[in-house]
Ligand binder design. Structure first.
Ligand code: GLV
Ligand code: MN
Ligand code: MN
Length: 412
């Protein structure tokens, strides 16, 4: 059994086929949650699930689970997401889902029956790029967000989540939150950062996920003529937005450690060359592995923005889009991943995740952890995202033997 290996060509073919859906033509992918492209990706993956004989259920928020009904008891669940950011790669999320299918196909072809059922899930709107917060589907799945509130979420393009779910035919009948917790959950994912490659390690044993704070800030000023308004009389939201972006960069440098801060979006209105804008809307993405430090960073940003608003004479409106405390994964699952990787002759690095993942939500429900494979040059949320076939196969083989052992483990 320990000699069993996945078929990397089959895995890569599915990754490439799914990557063609919403292809941006430069190696990347655009399948924002609940768009036509997301629907086409969902249709492809559920088709593959059915070809493997999995029992497919879709829940009220569109989370889709395929179960290989073998063995007995609650399933060991694998999975991740298949939505992408607007300029995403083909590996982020997709790998965890398609590796789950590959694990099941490998076992089926080898005639190996695990002691428990195996499930593969893709959760709705993990990216949070169209509908905030991120990990929305898995958050509802674990009971962390009310279904009705989630369905009422409004997208960056004004669409209502529940309407979009209906429109693409993925408002399913299965209840959400889930009625039964999986036995365990394991998510294989590309690292999306540089550490494994730089440190020459093959497999990341993910110990947890850093805390995430997402805010939208609207700055209201006074629109005026760019040529005639003296500098001292301006109440300029563009200036304030730029000053905040600079402050975030400086704050991250000052706080050091794991602190990261990003202004990923700035919209100006009316966005014209000769008009001091009336309004700026920007997003603040602030993350730290330590909750107290994250709170300190949030407080410093808040104070800076309020001082700036006073001196510039602009008004601020904050809206929280997502706020998740750091999550620690189950050490028993990490132990299994580490042992399996060692048995396969692969070096490991214990590390936290910088990105948010569905596994951090599933961790509220059952023993959960993650496996990372190298990301070339640490590039992600970018069409150039790349993980080589050897790394993909190694990660998927670690997933294969991890789920087999978890199926044999009775957590007490
Ligand atoms: C979601 O995947 C995030 O970490 O931004
Ligand atoms: Mn992801
Ligand atoms: Mn992502």
């Amino acid at each position: 059994m320990n000699a069993l290996r996945i078929d990397s060509n089959r895995l890569i073919k599915r990754l490439k086929d799914l990557g063609k859906v919403g292809s941006t033509g430069d190696g990347g992918c655009c399948r924002l949650a609940l768009t036509e492209e997301d629907k086409a990706g969902r249709d492809l993956v559920t088709g593959w699930m059915r070809e493997l004989g999995l029992h497919v259920t879709i829940d009220a928020i569109g989370n889709t689970v395929g179960v290989w009904q073998v063995g007995s008891g609650r399933p060991v669940m694998m999975g991740s997401h298949i939505d992408t950011v607007r300029t995403g790669g083909i590996y982020d999320g997709n790998l965890g889902v398609l590796a789950g299918l590959e694990v099941i196909e490998t076992l089926q072809r080898a005639g190996v029956t695990p002691r428990r059922p195996l499930a593969v899930a893709f959760f709705t709107d993990e990216e949070g790029a169209r509908f905030a917060p991120d990990m929305l589907g898995s958050l509802v799945y674990v009971g962390g967000l009310d279904l009705a509130a989630a369905l009422d979420t409004v997208a960056i393009d004004g669409a209502r989540l529940g309407d979009e779910l209906q429109r693409i035919g993925y408002a399913g009948a299965a209840s959400c939150p889930a009625v039964e917790a999986p036995h365990a959950f394991v998510e294989l994912h590309v690292e999306q950062g540089p550490r494994l490659e730089v440190e020459g390690q093959r497999i990341g044993v993910v110990t947890g996920v850093q805390g995430i704070s997402w805010k939208e800030l609207t700055i209201l000023g006074q629109s005026n003529h760019a040529g005639t308004t003296p500098m001292a009389l301006r109440h300029d939201p563009a200036y304030a937005a730029a000053a905040i972006a600079v402050f975030l960069r400086q704050l991250a440098a000052e706080l050091g450690g794991d602190q990261v801060c990003t202004v990923g979006k700035i919209d100006l209105f009316p966005n014209l060359i000769n008009v001091v804008p009336a309004q700026a809307v920007l997003t603040l993405d602030v993350r730290n592995t330590d909750e107290q430090r994250l709170q300190q960073a949030e407080a410093r940003i808040d104070a800076f923005c309020r001082d700036l608003a006073e001196t510039e004479g602009v008004q601020l409106q904050f809206r929280t889009l997502a706020r998740f405390a750091p999550v620690v994964f189950d050490p028993r699952v990490d132990e299994v991943i580490e042992t399996v990787a060692g048995d396969l002759g692969l070096s490991t690095l214990r590390m936290p995740s910088g990105a948010g993942h569905d596994a951090q939500m599933l961790a509220r429900l059952c023993p959960a952890a993650m496996i990372f494979t190298q990301s070339h040059r640490g590039v992600s949320h970018n069409p150039a995202e790349y993980t080589d076939p050897t790394n993909l196969a190694e990660g998927c083989n670690v997933l294969l033997h991890t789920v087999l052992r978890l199926a044999d483990t009775d957590f007490v």
